[in-house]
Design a protein around this ligand. Sequence first.
Ligand code: NAI
Length: 486
Amino acid sequence: MDKIKIAVAKGDGIGPEVMDAVLRIFEAAQVPLEYSFVDMGKSFYDKGFSTGMTPEAKETVESLGILFKGPMETPKGKGVKSINVTARKTWSTYANRRHFKSLTGVDTVFSKAAIPIDLTIVRENIEGTYGGIEHMLTQDVALCRRFITRPGSLQVHRFAFEMAKKEGFKKVTCAHKANIMKLTDGLFLETFYEVAKEYPEIESNDIIVDDLAMKLVSKPQTFEVVVLTNLQGDIMSDLCAGLVGGLGFAPSANIGDNISIFEAVHGTAPDIMGKNIANPTALLLSGFMMLRYLGLMNQANAIENALLVTLEEGNHTGDFGDKSKPSLNTTEFSDLIIRNLGRVPAAGEARKAAAAVSSYKIPSLPATQKMMFTESRKPEAVIGVDLFFESQKTAAEIAPMLQKHERDGVKLIMISNRGTQVWPTGSVFTECVDQYRARFEVKEGSSNLSEMMKLAESAGGDFFVSSVELLRSFDGKPAYSLAQGQ
Ligand code: NAI
């Protein structure tokens, strides 16, 4: 069998220890892979590479399409972006798949209650607050912009349903907070049901994310596949890691149309680095996801069976398991998995042979970046503007100053502070900071960018205006949210 060439980055902290352990197990199982080791991680920021990787590393990953990586540390306080997030975003790995399954030998509250857990989180991996678009509007007020897009949401929902169809899942659940974030999470939810219609054989439903958090700890067995936006997905998947025994058992695959990245959910664990005591299981489980993605089902099954045998016989590293039995170090634990190759678990469910279906293709270099947008456009208009400005005065003092800047047919409608209306009506109990939003709306018909910018410029004579957001309508419907209390 021809070897498949993949890029490997060992990472920082415990990264090299767990990666070496996993590659040794792969070698022992004669996995037909060839590795191209790439330079990525903390030391490459220190060497002056602002993205944390060398140009050669970028080229290698882009030409091979698969990166198997250890955890990486982002230097703190240097203003650089996380290499992990940069890699996922730059290479458009839009779906983060995380699988959480109870393993015999890894005791949890649920295993003790004989409640098996087998659930998959699909987290949107590019957008939301991970856009990392943040600004200080005043010295007191920071703003993070949270983008949710129709094409991005469609991609991740389609991935979740396709995965469910191919792998025999019966139900996909969308978790969201659309009751509060009606436009952003509302769009995520709306696109979920658009895609669900294409898969009538798969049950689809939705749940508010706080309810999901409660039900995941009370009835985790009721979920199969849960699809979420980026930050909510990140938090919920760490919760799921807790359900199956901790971060040592949480694998992850970042899947894109061209490039995919396989890594453990955990970080560099600086508290235990260099001691050869880290648990390599999460990276090994991520390796199984990669092998199956590459169509190497038999190799993945053989190693997974050896892992299951090792665990069910009570062997463990220091972070889990029966403390009355001595812990194994990383090398001893991986040696045991190697020794158990060829065995099948007695208690747990053995992995069975499966047809080799590969989702992998070597990426062909696109000529340009791909544009994704909705073709059919609705009629659109500019019908007002929100001005974000700094002031230490009260709303009652500010309102007449702003009204001086009203233009023909464009009126001040409301002022809000931290999203709560404080003028023309409001409560004296609403506590305010030094950053307001004034909403001006066109009374009849529509306006344009130039008129709204003139208004902003005029108000800028009295206030420090830090940000201007046009109010638009699509198909005659206002395309912006109301303030709380408006
Ligand atoms: P962490 O996941 O590194 O550690 C949290 C706790 O779990 C620690 O007590 C650690 O010892 C333990 N732990 C983690 N993995 C383990 C393993 N395989 N075996 C045994 N124990 C394990 O999270 P933390 O401390 O928040 O982050 C440390 C660094 O890792 C930070 O620089 C962070 O930015 C980075 N990080 C990188 C990620 C990635 O590369 N994908 C993901 C998360 C964090």
